[in-house]
Design a protein around this ligand. Structure first.
Ligand SMILES: [Zn+2]
Length: 241
């Protein structure tokens, strides 16, 4: 591939257009580690987290954040509200959710070979599969949580509707639920190891995320102007597609 997928150029924010590009024509996100002139999209540059936080910079384009703190996260991060990457501009996040090969192609996994010797795994728990589904989550703010290997970010309630994507396109509720059902057993396993309180907390987190899933397809047809309160109520039901 020598250029961005058809249509992506059109949605590329100006800030992202200003980024340098790799040999395929992909913009190189600001956080990416570059060694000897070659970007390694799997690895975060050594100073990036600290600079992003200190200078209030967008994780993707590196320019100053203004109002929105937007996170591109997988379904399990939407459940536990924890991510390992700082926020971005909304437009940069929407672009990344549609364009990033790792985020949008489930068959591409993090290649553990040839990672620079001094790189370390990002803090937090990382699931062994690529969910293929991501969401753009806009929060008013976030908390920084120091952990042994760095920092994590505790994201708050979304202040705008959560947008879900599957392989670069708007995701259906079924696709999101399927991705969640694939990841939840891992979270349950971790919670079980932590005891009963952790299991209850996880169940509460699952209930809490339901209102933010895409509406069911049949509901869109039947009730195109469904009041928000009813949508929230319906979201309190189990995770069905
Ligand atoms: Zn940006």
């Amino acid at each position: 591939m020598t250029h961005l997928r058809e249509g992506l150029e059109r949605i590329t924010p100006d800030r992202v257009k200003r980024l340098p590009r790799d040999h395929r024509g992909f913009p190189i996100p600001w956080f990416v580690h570059t060694a000897g002139g070659t970007p390694d999209f799997r690895v975060v540059g050594p100073d990036r987290i600290v600079r992003a936080l200190k200078l209030n910079l967008c994780w993707i384009c590196g320019e100053t954040l203004v109002r929105h703190k937007t996170f591109v996260i997988g379904p399990m991060c939407a459940v536990n509200r924890v991510t390992s990457e700082p926020p971005s501009h909304r437009s940069c996040a929407v672009f990344a959710a549609q364009a990033c090969p790792f985020l949008t192609q489930p068959r591409m996994r993090r290649n553990e070979n040839d990672i620079p010797e001094d790189s370390v795994d990002a803090p937090g728990t990382h699931l062994p599969h690529n969910p293929g589904v991501v969401c753009v989550w806009i929060a008013r703010d976030f908390d920084i949580v120091p952990v042994d290997s760095g920092v994590l970010f505790n994201i708050g309630e979304p202040i705008e509707p959560v947008r879900w994507y599957c392989q670069g396109k708007t995701a259906t509720r079924r696709e999101v639920v399927k991705a969640m059902e694939k990841g939840l057993p891992f979270l349950f396993k971790l919670a079980e190891a932590d005891g009963t309180d952790a299991k209850h907390a996880l169940l509460q987190q699952i209930v809490r995320v339901r209102p933010y899933l895409p509406v069911r397809e049949q509901d869109v047809k039947e009730e195109p102007h469904e009041p928000r309160a009813e949508a929230q109520d319906r979201g309190a039901r189990p995770l069905e597609a």
